[in-house]
Design a protein around this ligand. Structure first.
Ligand code: GLV
Length: 396
């Protein structure tokens, strides 16, 4: 190709190396991505094509069934969007809300703030319902008052906020939303499989998560489910959608939810195959309750060991702690970010710091125990590493 001076623009090949040379396996104990089981990684091969009707159809069918099990729902419209969890949030907002619709958002961390921004970007009137402090949750009465006062079309609640480590109780919210003719959207990106979130029982209209969290799949898919009520609202929109890629009805057709095969975009087939394998592993456990209770037992073990080390957890009320992401307040004398880097460099263990200034960098650690990474062995490895990193740098 030539530029305006007539000289050819040539980009030389850069000195890239095969990733295997330097991407050594680390123990990922942040809020995701998590380590991926060999079985799951292997399942993404061999590639199949959406042009292969029988294998592709079976893959979609089984994956939808597996997701319905994990979400505990009978919803036909249960599938995975080719995106991060943020994409699934935006798809919901973009499909359900029209200009001027009222969108009630519960904010107890960064994810609520993000939903606020999305609502505004899509022309909704956004009403915010805030937790009293970072590390606290919103009271049931406040929800009822806000629903009665603002009569929203959609309410967003983040079940487990990975930035503050809070677990927002969901009981009663479905019934309240029904009473005020509002759709309930629950973000279970970080909470899935660490706290029960039975979609149909709780009366949730839109439930979403992301592949790289407790499902222990590579990042890139956002499982989501829509109730009949939510689909009806989408189908009865008065104004045209302001998104093409995130058109839920078209994506549902891409997943053959209506019994017909439709090409909307090329699906992340290798990721769907990996997700399918992860769902097989979940069905191999005796029950979802057993997975959750094991996860909780491991999380309580780590929480108490951290407290024995003299560390303080951000969420004061134990029942409001998100079991899959433990948020620790870094003692004042310690540079939390340096500790994270040392854990990674010397021990090959990753934990996370604050995200989105909640609270600022270096002042908290976020430790993820998501899905299969919730083991006592992983906790012990982290505790030993943490002790050896902290002893020379602090009074702990
Ligand atoms: C991302 O989901 C995070 O919590 O860091």
């Amino acid at each position: 190709m030539a530029n305006q001076t007539g000289r050819r623009i040539v980009i030389e090949p850069p000195p890239l190396r095969p990733l295997k040379g330097y991407a050594s396996g680390k123990l990922l104990l942040g809020p995701g991505p998590t380590n991926v089981a060999q079985r799951v990684a292997d399942a993404s091969q061999p590639m199949i094509s959406h042009g292969d009707p029988s294998s592709f159809k079976l893959l979609l069918k089984e994956t939808k069934l597996g997701l319905r099990y994990v979400f505990q729902t009978r919803n036909e419209f249960t599938f995975a969007i080719t995106s991060s969890g943020t994409g699934a949030m935006e798809a919901t907002v973009a499909n359900i809300l029209e200009d001027g619709d009222v969108f009630l958002v519960a904010v107890h961390g960064l994810w609520g703030q993000r939903a606020v921004d999305m609502g505004k970007a899509h022309g909704a009137k956004v009403v915010q319902l805030h937790a009293p402090t970072f590390g606290a949750v919103i009271d049931g009465k406040q929800f009822e008052e806000a629903l009665a006062r603002h009569r929203p079309k959609l309410m967003y609640v983040c079940h487990g906020d990975s930035t503050t480590g809070t677990l927002q109780p969901l009981e009663g919210l479905g019934a309240m939303c029904r009473k005020y003719n509002c759709l309930l959207m629950v973000d279970a990106i970080a909470s899935l499989l660490s706290a029960p979130v039975p979609m149909d029982d709780l009366g949730i209209d839109v439930l979403l998560t992301a592949s790289q969290k407790a499902l222990n799949v590579q990042p890139g898919l956002a499982p989501i489910s829509f109730s009949d009520g939510a689909i009806q609202v989408i189908q009865q929109r008065k104004s045209p959608l302001k998104t093409y890629y995130f058109d839920i009805m078209k994506i549902a057709d891409n997943w053959q939810c209506n019994g017909k095969a439709y090409f909307h975009h090329t699906q992340a087939i290798s990721l769907i195959k990996a997700l399918h394998e992860s769902l097989v592993m979940i069905t191999e456990a005796s029950s979802l309750e057993a997975i959750i209770s094991h996860q909780n037992e491991v999380s309580h073990y780590l929480q108490s060991k951290l407290e024995q080390l003299g560390l303080v957890l951000l969420v004061k009320k134990a029942q409001h702690r998100l079991p899959s992401v433990i948020v620790v307040q870094v003692p004042e004398a310690i540079d939390g970010h340096k500790v994270q880097l040392k854990l990674l460099a010397d021990h090959g263990i990753e934990i996370a710091g604050g995200l989105g200034g909640l609270p600022p960098k270096g002042q908290i650690w976020r430790i993820g125990l998501m899905g299969a990474s919730a083991t006592r062995a992983n906790c012990d490895a982290l505790l030993a590493a943490l002790k050896s990193v902290l002893v020379p740098t602090s009074k702990l």
